[in-house]
Design a protein around this ligand. Structure first.
Ligand code: NAD
Length: 498
């Protein structure tokens, strides 16, 4: 059995400790076991990080940027191998796995501009003989705790920026698909980052708690489900750390009567069923505005869904592959049943789907459910599977209210030809990321990613300048170099600059 070890300086040593199974979701078979670390192992990683971080922070920013350039080159050179490895543990199709890696590389590319992004501010002559300047300095040791669904992109969102800023970084990836994060850390070292700048520790709640409690870790970035995000935020903040914690989602796609329905159906199909719906920016709820729109939309959606090809992740013909585990498959199927019990009308039922010669794989067929209402728990909760729920809205105001009142506020999309409606919607909707005729509005790397309400705890987003802010502390210096003729004034009064 393949063993997936931690990636820490000096090696993890013999570990007779706990392990967790890593499946191939295509076959249902256990393909590897990952070591689950504890507080003692984390402390070794932290000591390694402490030993190297001052030297890394003192490396001038253009040299740190060159390491990021080289890392990007190496990841690109290994793209196929990484994508295959990712797909084999996650289950997403290879082309989508490449997209996962590429979206992370986009952030690394942004981080290549770190010399510019970290520049401070300077005010000459803020007072008599007084200049004021600010500088950004790394937090020190940063940690990232990441979910299974983007095992390349989300770690790179975090460590791409954190390392470029001069931090040492400890990554705790999902224990369900931990191999690609380890490969990325190997490549970072190969790119020239000193050993200890990027380490990977594996584990579950025990390791997460150790990270939240370790006194030498200054900032923690978390992405995962909302209850755990909230827990990480509360415990990390109570320990005096800087914490950003992104949570779950239930994104709505509003379809106005004037929308180009052929385009909408193509967009919805990819956004609802791509990656088996296991994306925090998927569109699992569609809101047609007006009964006529609903009927026309369903008429076009049904053949589109019938044409979807569910298959193994290595098959280039597959639109999407299996979900991550048998438990998750069972959970998705239970939500479909619950939605029907609550009064939803199942138009396409993906339960009980099996793929020939892969009968034990964790496949779920595409599912479409009509007449879903805000009163249903299956609407209120995240299903995170290839399930599209239709919530009919009478008019624009009713449609706007749905995502605004929902407990999650990650992403939302409106499909319309009416610029005024789109503008009004973007301004008023209570959600963090808005798409206008864009089904998955994940912002580009130099903008910033983050949801509202239970989709995001803490106040700083991922990547872009928000990422630079999160991974750095500002120091402001007030310097006086008087020429001798300036009267220092009364030292017992709060100084003013006149
Ligand atoms: P998860 O919450 O189960 O796990 C996330 C991380 O938390 C993992 O590293 C896991 O090991 C750790 N963890 C699990 N249980 C824990 C516990 N009890 N205490 C402390 N740590 C624990 O999430 P997942 O299933 O891996 O990922 C899917 C979820 O992530 C979905 O809810 C999805 O919406 C969300 N997500 C959000 C975003 C975003 O940016 N908002 C992006 C991707 C995924």
């Amino acid at each position: 059995m393949r063993e997936i070890d931690h990636f820490i300086v000096g090696g993890s040593g013999a570990h007779a400790g706990r392990v967790s199974n890593v499946f191939d979701p295509n076959t249902g078979a256990v393909q590897a076991q990952v070591a689950l670390g504890d507080a003692a192992l984390l402390d070794r990683a932290v000591q390694n990080a402490l030993a190297v971080q001052p030297e890394w922070a003192a490396t001038n920013p253009q040299r740190r940027a060159r390491v990021m350039f080289e890392f990007k080159r190496l990841v690109e050179a290994n793209m196929q191998e990484l994508a295959e490895l990712l797909a084999s543990e996650h289950g997403k199709v290879i082309a989508d796995a490449k997209g996962d890696i590429q979206r992370g590389l986009d952030v690394v590319e942004f981080a290549c501009g770190i010399p510019h992004a970290m520049k401070g501010e300077y005010t000459l002559g803020a007072g008599p003989g007084i200049d004021v300047y600010s500088m950004r300095q790394p937090v020190g040791i940063g940690a990232g705790i990441t979910p299974f669904n983007f095992p390349a992109m989300i770690p790179m969102w975090m460590f791409g920026v954190a390392i470029a800023c001069g931090n040492a970084f400890i990554l705790k990836p999902s224990e369900r698909d931990p191999s690609v994060p380890v490969r990325l850390a190997e490549l970072m070292q190969e790119a020239g980052a000193p050993a200890g700048v990027l380490q990977v520790v594996h584990g579950d709640k025990e390791m997460v708690d150790a990270i939240l409690d370790h006194p030498s870790i200054g900032a923690i970035s978390f992405v995962g489900s909302s209850d755990i995000a909230n827990y990480v935020y509360q415990r990390g903040a109570a320990n005096g750390k800087r914490v950003q914690a992104m949570g779950g989602a239930k994104n709505h796609g509003i379809v106005m009567p004037d929308a180009d329905l052929d385009r909408v159906v193509a967009d919805l199909s990819g956004a609802a069923f791509g990656s088996a719906g296991e994306r925090c920016m998927a569109l699992p709820v569609v809101v047609p505005v007006g009964e006529g729109t609903a009927e026309r939309l369903i008429e076009k959606l049904l053949p589109e869904i019938a044409s979807l090809r569910v298959g193994v992740s290595s098959d280039p013909q597959s639109h999407y592959g299996p979900v991550v585990t048998a438990e998750h498959k069972a959970r998705i199927e239970a939500w479909i049943g619950k939605c029907a019990d609550e009064g939803g009308k199942i138009l396409v039922d993906g339960r009980g789907f099996t793929l020939q010669r892969h009968e034990n794989g964790f496949f779920v067929g595409p599912t479409l459910i009509d007449h879903v209402t805000p009163a249903m728990s299956s609407y209120h909760n995240e299903i995170f599977g290839p399930v599209l729920q239709i919530v009919r809205a009478a008019d624009f105001e009713a449609a706007l209210e749905l995502p605004t009142k929902h407990q999650y506020g990650n992403g939302v999309a409106i499909f319309t030809r009416n610029g005024h409606a789109a503008r009004e919607f973007a301004a008023r909707v209570g959600v963090g990321m808005v798409g206008i005729n864009v089904p998955i509005p994940v912002p580009v790397a130099y903008h910033t990613f983050g949801g509202w309400k239970r989709s995001g705890f803490g106040d700083t987003n991922q990547h872009g300048m928000e990422g630079v802010k999160f991974w750095t502390k500002v120091k402001t210096v007030t310097a006086r170099w008087p020429d001798g003729s300036i009267d220092g004034g009364n030292a017992f009064v709060i100084p003013t600059m006149g």
